[in-house]
Design a protein around this ligand. Structure first.
Ligand code: HGY
Ligand code: MN
Ligand code: MN
Length: 402
Protein backbone atom coordinates (compact mmCIF):
# COMPACT_ATOMS: atom_id res chain seq x y z
CA UNK A 1 0.00 0.00 0.00
CA UNK A 2 1.70 3.29 -1.11
CA UNK A 3 2.37 5.88 1.58
CA UNK A 4 -0.33 8.46 2.16
CA UNK A 5 0.33 12.17 2.54
CA UNK A 6 1.18 12.18 6.27
CA UNK A 7 3.52 9.17 5.93
CA UNK A 8 5.39 10.83 3.07
CA UNK A 9 5.51 14.17 4.89
CA UNK A 10 6.93 12.53 8.01
CA UNK A 11 9.52 10.63 5.95
CA UNK A 12 10.97 13.67 4.18
CA UNK A 13 10.75 16.11 7.13
CA UNK A 14 14.29 15.42 8.47
CA UNK A 15 16.00 15.52 5.06
CA UNK A 16 18.17 18.65 4.83
CA UNK A 17 16.79 20.14 8.05
CA UNK A 18 19.29 22.16 10.13
CA UNK A 19 19.29 21.44 13.88
CA UNK A 20 20.21 25.03 14.77
CA UNK A 21 17.39 26.85 12.98
CA UNK A 22 14.96 24.13 11.90
CA UNK A 23 15.32 25.53 8.38
CA UNK A 24 16.09 23.55 5.24
CA UNK A 25 19.25 23.44 3.15
CA UNK A 26 18.26 21.44 0.06
CA UNK A 27 20.53 22.94 -2.57
CA UNK A 28 20.17 21.38 -6.02
CA UNK A 29 22.46 18.36 -6.54
CA UNK A 30 23.60 18.62 -2.92
CA UNK A 31 23.34 15.57 -0.64
CA UNK A 32 19.99 16.48 0.95
CA UNK A 33 18.29 17.30 -2.34
CA UNK A 34 19.73 14.15 -3.90
CA UNK A 35 18.30 12.15 -0.97
CA UNK A 36 14.90 13.74 -1.69
CA UNK A 37 15.29 13.01 -5.40
CA UNK A 38 16.01 9.34 -4.60
CA UNK A 39 12.95 9.30 -2.32
CA UNK A 40 10.82 10.62 -5.19
CA UNK A 41 12.11 7.92 -7.55
CA UNK A 42 11.34 5.28 -4.93
CA UNK A 43 7.78 6.63 -4.49
CA UNK A 44 7.24 6.66 -8.26
CA UNK A 45 8.44 3.07 -8.60
CA UNK A 46 6.35 1.98 -5.60
CA UNK A 47 3.30 3.40 -7.38
CA UNK A 48 4.09 1.74 -10.67
CA UNK A 49 4.57 5.10 -12.39
CA UNK A 50 6.77 5.34 -15.48
CA UNK A 51 9.71 7.58 -14.66
CA UNK A 52 10.95 10.01 -17.32
CA UNK A 53 14.15 11.97 -16.58
CA UNK A 54 15.66 14.60 -18.85
CA UNK A 55 19.32 15.64 -19.22
CA UNK A 56 18.82 18.51 -16.74
CA UNK A 57 17.73 16.29 -13.83
CA UNK A 58 14.02 17.13 -14.17
CA UNK A 59 11.64 14.19 -13.65
CA UNK A 60 8.06 13.31 -14.57
CA UNK A 61 6.50 10.12 -13.14
CA UNK A 62 3.64 9.07 -15.45
CA UNK A 63 0.35 7.28 -14.74
CA UNK A 64 -0.07 6.11 -18.33
CA UNK A 65 -3.82 6.10 -18.65
CA UNK A 66 -5.80 7.27 -21.68
CA UNK A 67 -4.04 8.90 -24.62
CA UNK A 68 -2.78 12.20 -26.00
CA UNK A 69 -0.87 15.03 -24.25
CA UNK A 70 -0.83 14.55 -20.50
CA UNK A 71 -1.96 16.54 -17.50
CA UNK A 72 1.07 17.21 -15.30
CA UNK A 73 1.16 18.34 -11.69
CA UNK A 74 4.16 18.88 -9.45
CA UNK A 75 6.62 21.42 -8.10
CA UNK A 76 10.22 21.41 -6.82
CA UNK A 77 12.26 19.76 -4.04
CA UNK A 78 15.07 22.31 -3.73
CA UNK A 79 14.89 25.07 -1.12
CA UNK A 80 16.40 28.47 -0.50
CA UNK A 81 19.12 28.56 2.18
CA UNK A 82 17.52 28.01 5.60
CA UNK A 83 14.14 27.76 3.89
CA UNK A 84 10.80 26.33 4.90
CA UNK A 85 9.52 22.76 4.65
CA UNK A 86 6.55 23.48 2.40
CA UNK A 87 7.81 25.68 -0.45
CA UNK A 88 8.16 23.09 -3.23
CA UNK A 89 7.82 19.70 -1.52
CA UNK A 90 4.18 20.37 -0.59
CA UNK A 91 3.34 20.37 -4.31
CA UNK A 92 5.26 17.17 -5.02
CA UNK A 93 3.95 15.17 -2.05
CA UNK A 94 0.38 16.44 -2.67
CA UNK A 95 0.64 15.34 -6.32
CA UNK A 96 1.68 11.79 -5.38
CA UNK A 97 -1.08 11.67 -2.75
CA UNK A 98 -3.70 13.07 -5.16
CA UNK A 99 -2.95 10.30 -7.66
CA UNK A 100 -3.54 7.78 -4.86
CA UNK A 101 -6.90 9.41 -4.05
CA UNK A 102 -7.96 9.10 -7.70
CA UNK A 103 -6.84 5.49 -7.93
CA UNK A 104 -8.64 4.58 -4.70
CA UNK A 105 -11.80 6.14 -6.19
CA UNK A 106 -11.38 3.97 -9.28
CA UNK A 107 -10.87 7.03 -11.50
CA UNK A 108 -9.73 6.11 -15.00
CA UNK A 109 -7.92 9.01 -16.70
CA UNK A 110 -8.72 9.82 -20.31
CA UNK A 111 -5.18 11.14 -20.68
CA UNK A 112 -1.84 10.41 -18.95
CA UNK A 113 -1.27 12.14 -15.62
CA UNK A 114 2.31 13.01 -14.68
CA UNK A 115 3.91 14.06 -11.39
CA UNK A 116 6.81 16.42 -12.04
CA UNK A 117 9.88 17.64 -10.16
CA UNK A 118 11.81 20.54 -11.73
CA UNK A 119 15.34 21.16 -10.43
CA UNK A 120 16.77 24.44 -9.06
CA UNK A 121 13.45 26.27 -8.98
CA UNK A 122 14.83 28.71 -6.39
CA UNK A 123 17.92 29.60 -8.40
CA UNK A 124 19.68 29.72 -5.05
CA UNK A 125 22.75 27.78 -6.22
CA UNK A 126 23.26 28.86 -9.84
CA UNK A 127 21.48 32.22 -9.71
CA UNK A 128 18.87 31.69 -12.46
CA UNK A 129 15.35 31.19 -11.07
CA UNK A 130 13.35 28.17 -12.31
CA UNK A 131 16.49 26.85 -13.99
CA UNK A 132 15.19 23.31 -14.57
CA UNK A 133 11.89 24.32 -16.15
CA UNK A 134 13.57 27.07 -18.21
CA UNK A 135 15.97 24.48 -19.66
CA UNK A 136 13.22 21.90 -20.23
CA UNK A 137 11.05 24.42 -22.12
CA UNK A 138 13.93 26.15 -23.90
CA UNK A 139 13.33 29.45 -22.09
CA UNK A 140 17.08 29.37 -21.54
CA UNK A 141 19.67 27.41 -23.47
CA UNK A 142 22.08 24.74 -22.24
CA UNK A 143 24.82 26.78 -23.87
CA UNK A 144 24.04 29.76 -21.59
CA UNK A 145 23.25 27.77 -18.45
CA UNK A 146 25.86 24.97 -18.43
CA UNK A 147 28.59 27.47 -17.47
CA UNK A 148 26.66 29.05 -14.58
CA UNK A 149 28.75 28.70 -11.43
CA UNK A 150 27.78 28.41 -7.78
CA UNK A 151 29.51 30.27 -4.91
CA UNK A 152 32.33 27.72 -4.89
CA UNK A 153 32.89 28.05 -8.63
CA UNK A 154 31.28 24.70 -9.50
CA UNK A 155 29.68 24.76 -12.98
CA UNK A 156 26.14 23.53 -13.57
CA UNK A 157 27.31 20.87 -16.02
CA UNK A 158 29.83 19.63 -13.42
CA UNK A 159 27.14 19.49 -10.72
CA UNK A 160 24.80 17.61 -13.07
CA UNK A 161 27.52 15.14 -14.04
CA UNK A 162 28.36 14.53 -10.37
CA UNK A 163 24.66 13.77 -9.81
CA UNK A 164 24.82 11.15 -12.53
CA UNK A 165 23.04 13.12 -15.27
CA UNK A 166 25.63 12.67 -17.99
CA UNK A 167 24.47 14.21 -21.24
CA UNK A 168 26.52 16.08 -23.80
CA UNK A 169 24.07 18.67 -24.97
CA UNK A 170 20.60 18.09 -23.49
CA UNK A 171 17.82 19.70 -25.51
CA UNK A 172 14.52 21.33 -24.56
CA UNK A 173 11.72 18.77 -24.69
CA UNK A 174 8.72 20.15 -22.83
CA UNK A 175 5.97 21.72 -24.90
CA UNK A 176 2.23 21.73 -25.49
CA UNK A 177 2.57 18.73 -27.79
CA UNK A 178 3.58 16.69 -24.70
CA UNK A 179 1.56 18.46 -22.01
CA UNK A 180 -2.09 19.51 -22.33
CA UNK A 181 -1.93 21.48 -19.08
CA UNK A 182 0.15 21.87 -15.91
CA UNK A 183 -1.14 22.46 -12.37
CA UNK A 184 1.21 23.33 -9.50
CA UNK A 185 0.01 23.16 -5.90
CA UNK A 186 2.03 25.42 -3.61
CA UNK A 187 1.89 26.77 -0.09
CA UNK A 188 0.76 30.39 -0.30
CA UNK A 189 3.68 32.76 0.34
CA UNK A 190 1.50 35.50 1.76
CA UNK A 191 -1.65 36.07 3.77
CA UNK A 192 -4.49 36.40 1.24
CA UNK A 193 -6.11 33.06 2.08
CA UNK A 194 -5.80 33.32 5.85
CA UNK A 195 -7.21 36.88 5.74
CA UNK A 196 -10.13 35.63 3.60
CA UNK A 197 -10.71 32.55 5.78
CA UNK A 198 -10.17 30.22 2.79
CA UNK A 199 -8.04 27.06 2.72
CA UNK A 200 -7.60 26.85 -1.06
CA UNK A 201 -7.04 29.45 -3.74
CA UNK A 202 -6.23 29.62 -7.46
CA UNK A 203 -3.55 31.94 -8.82
CA UNK A 204 -4.41 34.54 -11.46
CA UNK A 205 -0.97 35.97 -12.18
CA UNK A 206 2.67 36.23 -11.12
CA UNK A 207 4.32 39.64 -10.81
CA UNK A 208 7.39 40.17 -12.99
CA UNK A 209 10.56 39.88 -10.93
CA UNK A 210 14.31 39.85 -11.33
CA UNK A 211 17.69 39.52 -9.61
CA UNK A 212 20.42 42.10 -10.18
CA UNK A 213 24.08 41.96 -9.16
CA UNK A 214 25.56 45.30 -7.93
CA UNK A 215 29.40 45.18 -8.05
CA UNK A 216 30.92 48.15 -6.23
CA UNK A 217 34.69 48.67 -6.20
CA UNK A 218 36.60 51.06 -3.94
CA UNK A 219 40.03 51.49 -2.45
CA UNK A 220 41.16 49.06 0.26
CA UNK A 221 42.84 50.83 3.14
CA UNK A 222 43.52 50.91 6.89
CA UNK A 223 40.37 51.38 9.01
CA UNK A 224 42.22 53.49 11.52
CA UNK A 225 44.84 55.57 9.76
CA UNK A 226 42.73 56.52 6.71
CA UNK A 227 40.88 59.81 7.28
CA UNK A 228 37.14 59.62 6.48
CA UNK A 229 37.47 62.28 3.73
CA UNK A 230 40.25 60.29 2.03
CA UNK A 231 38.25 57.08 1.63
CA UNK A 232 36.69 55.41 -1.44
CA UNK A 233 34.51 53.07 0.56
CA UNK A 234 32.27 50.64 -1.42
CA UNK A 235 30.39 49.73 1.77
CA UNK A 236 29.10 53.30 1.96
CA UNK A 237 27.88 53.17 -1.65
CA UNK A 238 26.19 49.84 -0.93
CA UNK A 239 24.56 51.09 2.28
CA UNK A 240 23.12 54.17 0.55
CA UNK A 241 21.95 51.98 -2.37
CA UNK A 242 20.12 49.63 0.00
CA UNK A 243 18.41 52.62 1.63
CA UNK A 244 17.50 54.08 -1.77
CA UNK A 245 16.08 50.75 -2.96
CA UNK A 246 13.93 50.38 0.12
CA UNK A 247 12.60 53.94 -0.20
CA UNK A 248 11.98 53.64 -3.97
CA UNK A 249 10.08 50.37 -3.58
CA UNK A 250 7.90 51.80 -0.80
CA UNK A 251 7.17 54.97 -2.80
CA UNK A 252 6.33 52.95 -5.94
CA UNK A 253 4.33 50.25 -4.11
CA UNK A 254 6.70 47.55 -5.40
CA UNK A 255 9.33 45.25 -3.79
CA UNK A 256 13.14 45.52 -3.55
CA UNK A 257 15.35 43.41 -1.30
CA UNK A 258 19.09 43.06 -0.71
CA UNK A 259 19.43 39.70 1.02
CA UNK A 260 22.89 38.64 -0.05
CA UNK A 261 26.10 40.67 0.22
CA UNK A 262 29.73 39.66 -0.34
CA UNK A 263 32.44 41.98 1.05
CA UNK A 264 36.10 41.66 0.16
CA UNK A 265 38.39 41.11 1.94
CA UNK A 266 35.77 40.97 4.75
CA UNK A 267 38.30 42.23 7.26
CA UNK A 268 37.16 44.07 10.40
CA UNK A 269 39.96 46.64 10.38
CA UNK A 270 40.10 47.36 6.64
CA UNK A 271 38.14 49.64 4.37
CA UNK A 272 36.77 47.08 1.87
CA UNK A 273 38.11 46.77 -1.67
CA UNK A 274 34.73 45.67 -3.05
CA UNK A 275 31.15 44.95 -2.10
CA UNK A 276 28.96 42.74 -4.30
CA UNK A 277 25.26 42.78 -3.46
CA UNK A 278 22.29 41.06 -5.08
CA UNK A 279 18.96 42.86 -5.34
CA UNK A 280 15.68 40.98 -5.77
CA UNK A 281 13.13 43.36 -7.34
CA UNK A 282 9.45 42.77 -8.12
CA UNK A 283 6.71 44.98 -9.53
CA UNK A 284 3.16 44.71 -10.82
CA UNK A 285 4.06 45.20 -14.47
CA UNK A 286 7.14 44.71 -16.68
CA UNK A 287 7.32 48.46 -17.21
CA UNK A 288 7.11 49.18 -13.46
CA UNK A 289 9.88 46.64 -12.82
CA UNK A 290 12.15 48.20 -15.44
CA UNK A 291 11.44 51.66 -14.00
CA UNK A 292 12.08 50.54 -10.41
CA UNK A 293 15.42 48.90 -11.25
CA UNK A 294 16.56 51.80 -13.47
CA UNK A 295 15.75 54.34 -10.75
CA UNK A 296 17.64 52.42 -8.08
CA UNK A 297 20.61 51.83 -10.40
CA UNK A 298 20.71 55.54 -11.25
CA UNK A 299 20.67 56.53 -7.56
CA UNK A 300 23.42 53.98 -6.87
CA UNK A 301 25.52 55.43 -9.72
CA UNK A 302 25.09 58.97 -8.34
CA UNK A 303 26.18 57.77 -4.91
CA UNK A 304 29.19 55.94 -6.37
CA UNK A 305 30.32 59.18 -8.00
CA UNK A 306 30.14 60.99 -4.66
CA UNK A 307 32.07 58.18 -2.93
CA UNK A 308 34.73 57.84 -5.63
CA UNK A 309 33.77 54.20 -6.13
CA UNK A 310 32.79 52.37 -9.34
CA UNK A 311 29.56 50.44 -9.92
CA UNK A 312 28.44 47.75 -12.36
CA UNK A 313 24.84 46.43 -12.35
CA UNK A 314 24.09 43.10 -14.08
CA UNK A 315 20.69 41.41 -14.48
CA UNK A 316 21.23 37.74 -13.51
CA UNK A 317 17.66 36.47 -13.75
CA UNK A 318 14.55 38.20 -15.09
CA UNK A 319 11.05 36.67 -15.20
CA UNK A 320 8.33 38.56 -17.06
CA UNK A 321 4.75 38.97 -15.88
CA UNK A 322 2.69 35.77 -16.10
CA UNK A 323 -1.07 35.92 -16.58
CA UNK A 324 -2.32 32.36 -16.17
CA UNK A 325 -4.95 30.95 -18.56
CA UNK A 326 -8.10 32.65 -17.22
CA UNK A 327 -10.48 29.99 -18.58
CA UNK A 328 -8.44 27.20 -16.97
CA UNK A 329 -8.36 29.11 -13.66
CA UNK A 330 -12.12 29.65 -13.80
CA UNK A 331 -12.72 25.96 -14.67
CA UNK A 332 -10.61 24.95 -11.64
CA UNK A 333 -11.94 27.54 -9.19
CA UNK A 334 -15.67 27.24 -9.78
CA UNK A 335 -18.50 24.84 -8.86
CA UNK A 336 -17.24 23.49 -5.55
CA UNK A 337 -19.51 22.42 -2.70
CA UNK A 338 -17.90 25.08 -0.51
CA UNK A 339 -18.38 27.68 -3.24
CA UNK A 340 -15.87 29.05 -5.73
CA UNK A 341 -12.21 29.14 -4.67
CA UNK A 342 -10.75 32.67 -4.62
CA UNK A 343 -8.51 33.65 -7.54
CA UNK A 344 -5.53 35.80 -6.45
CA UNK A 345 -2.20 37.21 -7.68
CA UNK A 346 1.21 36.40 -6.26
CA UNK A 347 4.61 38.08 -6.15
CA UNK A 348 6.42 34.71 -5.98
CA UNK A 349 7.85 33.02 -9.07
CA UNK A 350 7.08 29.40 -9.90
CA UNK A 351 7.78 26.76 -12.55
CA UNK A 352 4.11 27.04 -13.53
CA UNK A 353 4.97 30.55 -14.70
CA UNK A 354 7.73 29.24 -16.95
CA UNK A 355 5.48 26.57 -18.45
CA UNK A 356 2.74 29.16 -18.99
CA UNK A 357 5.25 31.36 -20.82
CA UNK A 358 6.06 28.31 -22.99
CA UNK A 359 2.40 28.22 -24.13
CA UNK A 360 1.50 25.26 -21.90
CA UNK A 361 -1.88 26.09 -20.29
CA UNK A 362 -0.94 26.27 -16.61
CA UNK A 363 -2.61 26.90 -13.28
CA UNK A 364 -1.68 27.04 -9.61
CA UNK A 365 -3.49 26.00 -6.46
CA UNK A 366 -2.51 27.71 -3.19
CA UNK A 367 -2.85 26.13 0.23
CA UNK A 368 -3.42 28.46 3.19
CA UNK A 369 -0.33 29.61 5.10
CA UNK A 370 -1.51 30.75 8.56
CA UNK A 371 1.25 33.35 8.96
CA UNK A 372 2.07 34.05 5.31
CA UNK A 373 5.77 33.61 6.20
CA UNK A 374 7.95 31.82 3.61
CA UNK A 375 11.65 31.42 2.72
CA UNK A 376 12.08 30.98 6.47
CA UNK A 377 12.22 28.10 8.97
CA UNK A 378 8.91 29.46 10.28
CA UNK A 379 7.04 28.70 7.03
CA UNK A 380 4.05 26.56 7.94
CA UNK A 381 0.76 25.05 6.78
CA UNK A 382 -1.72 23.17 8.98
CA UNK A 383 -2.18 19.48 8.24
CA UNK A 384 -5.97 19.79 7.66
CA UNK A 385 -5.26 22.47 5.03
CA UNK A 386 -2.58 20.27 3.43
CA UNK A 387 -5.08 17.41 3.20
CA UNK A 388 -7.69 19.80 1.80
CA UNK A 389 -5.04 20.69 -0.80
CA UNK A 390 -4.65 17.02 -1.75
CA UNK A 391 -8.41 16.68 -2.22
CA UNK A 392 -8.54 19.93 -4.18
CA UNK A 393 -5.72 18.74 -6.44
CA UNK A 394 -7.37 15.32 -6.92
CA UNK A 395 -10.63 17.02 -7.90
CA UNK A 396 -8.76 19.34 -10.26
CA UNK A 397 -6.89 16.49 -11.93
CA UNK A 398 -10.14 14.53 -12.31
CA UNK A 399 -11.68 17.55 -14.08
CA UNK A 400 -8.70 18.05 -16.36
CA UNK A 401 -7.95 14.41 -17.18
CA UNK A 402 -11.50 13.24 -17.79
O1 HGY B 1 11.52 33.62 -5.10
C1 HGY B 1 10.46 33.25 -5.55
O2 HGY B 1 9.73 34.01 -6.11
C2 HGY B 1 10.07 31.80 -5.44
O3 HGY B 1 9.91 31.44 -4.10
N1 HGY B 1 11.01 30.93 -6.09
MN1 MN C 1 10.58 29.74 -2.99
MN1 MN D 1 8.41 27.38 -4.64
Amino acid sequence: MPDHFEDMWRTIAPIGRAERSGGYFRQPFGSAERELDAWFVEQAVARGLRLETDGFGNRIAWWDGGSGPGVVTGSHLDSVLDGGAYDGPLGVVSALAALEVLRERGFRPARPIGVSVFVEEEGSRFGLACLGSRLATGATTWERASGLRDRDGVRLDEALASAGHESENPQPWLGSERIACFVELHVEQGRDLVDRGDAIGVVSRIWPHGRYRFEISGEPNHAGTTRMEDRRDPMLTYAMTALAANKQARVAGQRATFGRVDTQPNSTNSVPSSVTAWMDARAETDEALAELVATIARQAEERAERDGTTLAVTAESVSGAVDFDAELARRIASDHETGDWPVLPTQAGHDAGILSAAAIPSAMLFVRNPTGVSHSPDEHAEMPDCLAGVDALAETLARLAS
